[in-house]
Design a protein around this ligand. Structure first.
Ligand SMILES: Nc1ncnc2c1ncn2[C@@H]1O[C@H](COP(=O)(O)OP(=O)(O)OP(=O)(O)O)[C@@H](O)[C@H]1O
Length: 614
């Protein structure tokens, strides 16, 4: 299901690129040159936390649960699915039957309907609809290989009805228009509902957010005797979801609010660059699940406004980024030095589309007897994305981008509102390219770490609505963002790390839809040649001859050693280290497809890109 303008770009004739001083045959460029462009120089540059409240019932259970109690004590913990309830001090004082639907639970009554904006979004969609395939085609993921390792793995489900998520959640799933679970949801939700720790790797846009949100919300609803510590103005969330960027935290918060609508589970977000006072006020109104960026969370913890004592569910989205070099100490501080219940007591879930081996090893410190799940190969891209790589010398990048944009516009298949996301390396580069695009008739905006949070949010809104259909971004927009209608991702500057490439192109081709990704490659990207050629080959993409030549003479770069045992091998790092040590793969008898014994690329550890961190 390729878009026709994509096909037009794909089919455009090429020409031999500028010669260089090495012997590798040079790649080709598109010949399309809008005449008026060639004259442009590339050098241009609330609900109050009150007394105990009754919660809605979960799955019709009307058992006499309570939600309050005395203050001050630390929660005693048990793991969901392991037969232990929580019993400790209540956060609100007193007690109440949380399963009492008629208990007048005011949080629910005053809850803003998070689905109302979806109608507005539907209106915006009208502008895109006539041009694009709006069908969500999850069948595209059906024959994807699945690897599961760990002990006693709960079997997967085929439908949401098979999972006991409760009527309110089921209603919300319907409101979200989710008809059936995606493959990662089919496997991950039963595992998480059984209380197991999980390291899950699944391709970009395949529904990981719901895969960790559903079990956390359900778990909090299900717990019959939740009582929490209280201490002055400190709040005690039960679930914590950490993500690396502000925008991603906001997005997870928005999604989680939809999934938890009318369940009584309160979700709050805290992130840097926005008013901490407003976030504090929101927290004071009560919080069950806190979605946060690490920096702002540490601030709240140090002010003693949030305590992690009661945490029972911890999820790290983009977990490999969260544990990447430089950031690991902050996560370690949050998880290990801030009163959070130990692993094995809390339930921990790590999700990403990429999971380098070293990061897996680090991550295992946070997990207890965990299950490893890989839906699709670790670090692979979905073949819903048509990947093109073109050789473009540095000095030709702007005019080449203009070629693409004009071809896209002239083809008209996506009309004015085909959203295009252009990744560049630096913040300055982003500003300068945006300016140049604007003066050349392509309304654009930027998102990067030097812009204020208000500007970032405005830029994202303007892009999503199609007002500025081009977004020039640094890696701050590379991970997790789910922006409908992104038809084309251009890697104007390629990243140094192949995993970053996977996440960047994953901003298109989401939820079963097709997308196009174009990369500008030149001599400065030599170290990426091999992993890029391998990734494209693996995703059934056409690898240009010249890239194969580059790959054959290039050192293996792109953080090769960080890969999970190599792209084409096994995934769970324990498998390599414990080969033959009696790990129960596919335990519990459920299906799954094993990959081969991992290749070992060896080598150094390149630093991660830090611009995406808030
Ligand atoms: N079961 C489902 N049915 C239909 N749509 C779904 C389903 N689950 C998730 N989606 C939609 O798929 C899109 C992608 O989901 P999500 O953002 O969770 O992907 P992801 O795997 O976290 O991607 P990334 O790796 O880029 O963070 C979202 O728009 C989401 O609403």
């Amino acid at each position: 299901m390729r878009t026709s303008w994509a096909d037009s770009v794909a089919n455009s004739p090429s020409e031999t690129a500028v010669s260089n001083n090495n012997s590798v045959p040079r790649p080709t460029q598109s010949t399309y040159v809008p005449p008026h462009l060639r004259s442009n120089s590339a050098a241009d540059t609330p609900t109050p936390a009150g007394p105990p409240t009754a919660r809605p019932s979960f799955s019709g259970n009307t058992g006499g649960s309570r939600w309050g109690g005395g203050g001050g004590a630390r929660p005693e913990s048990g793991r969901q699915g392991q037969g232990n309830g929580y019993a400790a001090a209540g956060r609100d004082g007193g007690s109440s039957g949380r399963n009492n639907r008629s208990g007048g639970w005011d949080r629910r009554e005053r809850e803003v309907n998070p689905f109302v904006n979806d109608d507005k979004v539907d209106e915006v969609k009208q502008g895109f609809r006539e041009h694009e395939n709006t069908v969500i085609n999850f069948d595209a993921y059906e024959d994807i290989p699945v690897e599961i390792s760990g002990e006693n793995v709960p079997p997967p489900v085929n439908t949401f009805a098979e999972i006991d998520l409760g009527e309110m959640m089921n209603q919300n799933i319907r409101r979200c228009k989710y008809v059936k679970p995606t493959p990662v949801q089919r496997y991950a939700i039963p595992i998480a509902l059984a209380g197991r720790d999980l390291m899950a790797c699944a391709q970009t846009g395949s529904g990981k957010t719901a895969a960790f949100c559903f079990p956390i919300i359900t778990g909090i609803m299900r717990d019959q005797y939740i009582q929490r510590s209280r201490g002055g103005r400190t709040v005690y969330p039960l679930g914590l979801i950490l993500s690396p960027t502000r925008e991603l935290s906001c997005q997870i918060h928005d999604e989680a609010k939809k999934f938890s609508y009318q369940t009584g589970v309160k979700v709050v977000v805290a992130y840097g660059g926005a008013s901490i006072n407003q976030q504090l006020r929101e927290l004071e109104r009560g919080v069950d699940i806190l979605v946060a960026t690490p920096g702002r969370l540490v601030d709240l913890l140090e002010r003693a406004r949030v305590s992690l004592q009661a945490i029972r569910y911890l999820a790290l989205d983009e977990a490999d980024r969260m544990l990447d070099m430089g950031f690991e100490p902050q996560i370690r501080k949050i998880v290990e030095q801030m009163d959070m219940p130990n692993r094995g007591v809390r339930q921990t879930m790590l999700f990403s589309a990429t999971f380098p081996r070293e990061i897996q090893r680090l991550a295992s410190d946070f997990l207890s007897n965990y299950i490893f799940l890989a839906v699709g190969r670790v670090g692979s891209s979905t073949d819903l994305i048509v990947q093109r790589v073109e050789f473009v010398p540095e000095s030709d990048k702007r005019s080449h981008l203009m070629d693409l944009l004009h071809a896209q516009r002239e083809n008209g298949e996506h009309g004015k509102q085909a959203l295009t996301l252009v990744f560049v390396e630096t913040k300055k580069g982003a500003d300068s390219l945006e300016h140049w695009l604007c003066i050349n008739g392509f309304p654009s905006t930027t998102i990067h770490g030097d812009r204020s949070q208000q500007e970032r949010e405005l830029a994202l809104r303007s892009f999503k609505s199609g007002k500025t259909p081009i977004l020039v971004a640094t890696d701050v927009a590379a991970r997790g963002l789910d922006i409908p209608h992104v038809a084309h991702v251009v890697n104007f500057d390629l990243p140094n790390d192949i995993d970053d490439y996977v996440h960047r192109i994953g901003r298109t081709g989401r939820a079963g839809k097709s997308g196009l990704a174009t990369a500008f490659f030149n001599d400065s990207n030599l170290s990426l040649a091999r992993p890029l050629a391998e990734l494209m080959h693996e995703a059934n993409q056409e690898v240009p001859q010249w890239l194969t030549h580059y790959a054959s003479r290039a050192p293996y770069g792109g953080n090769k050693n960080r890969r999970s045992g190599g792209r084409f091998g096994g995934c769970d790092f324990r498998r390599e280290e414990s080969f033959g040590k009696n790990l129960d793969y596919y335990g519990g008898g459920n299906g799954g497809t094993a990959f081969g014994v991992p290749a070992d690329y060896g080598g150094g550890y390149a630093p991660g890109i830090t611009s995406a961190w808030d």
